[in-house]
Design a protein around this ligand. Structure first.
Ligand SMILES: [Zn+2]
Length: 202
């Protein structure tokens, strides 16, 4: 888990959903949490896809460059593609094939190697990024997206029960009854609203 000081949302229980959740709705409007290369690099570092030294190197070399801006635009396209593939998995046609194409192009980016390390409750993957171009930042994100689409039960990929919230999460709870992106963001608010509605008429 990442400290609460993070400006990103780590409620997805899956890195691909955390990536999708970089475009949340706050106060009724969509917010872009990856507006620039720094946002994308910071997110990748907090996600465990980049170590601190590599992250700093990427920013030193490409912050403010057109290659950096292009990588950010590609990240936005990948995120939109992932959203389409999750929300409309059975859709066929040009737009749906485009979404798959965006993902597969990102999967072809060689972005280093992965190793498995011991973690508190078992194991976790750690990436060793080798970044020769900022677009390679998309490599591990695309790998996570492929894992989500191919290995995770789609029934357990859920959107938050608050109709105003666009956040997704992988329901890893034992009885698969998780309804909210998080209690802090939506759960408590929705419970208070339900309580209010129950008692207002009574
Ligand atoms: Zn929510």
């Amino acid at each position: 888990m990442v400290s609460s000081a993070s400006r990103f949302l780590w409620v997805g229980h899956h890195r691909a959903l955390d990536f999708l959740n970089t475009e949340p709705v706050q106060r009724g409007g969509r917010v872009e949490l990856l507006p620039d290369l720094r946002g994308l690099v910071d997110w990748s570092r907090e996600a465990g896809f980049l170590d601190g030294a590599t992250a700093a190197g990427v920013l030193d070399r490409w912050e403010g460059s057109s290659e950096g801006a292009s990588a950010v635009a590609q990240a936005h396209r990948l995120r939109a593609a992932l959203r389409a593939l999750i929300e409309r998995p059975r859709e066929r046609g040009a737009a749906a094939e485009d979404a798959l194409d965006v993902l597969n192009r990102a999967l072809r980016l060689d972005a280093g190697t992965t190793e498995v390390v011991r973690a508190r409750a078992g194991f976790e993957r750690r990436g060793h990024a080798r970044i020769d171009a900022p677009a390679q930042l998309l490599g591990p994100i695309a790998e996570a997206a492929a894992g989500l689409l191919c290995d995770v039960d789609p029934e357990l990929v859920k959107r938050c029960g608050n109709p105003d919230c666009v956040l997704y999460f992988h329901d890893t709870s034992r009885n698969h009854a998780r309804r909210w992106c998080s209690m802090e963001l939506c759960g408590n608010r929705m419970k208070v609203a339900a309580h209010y509605h129950r008692h207002r008429g009574g």
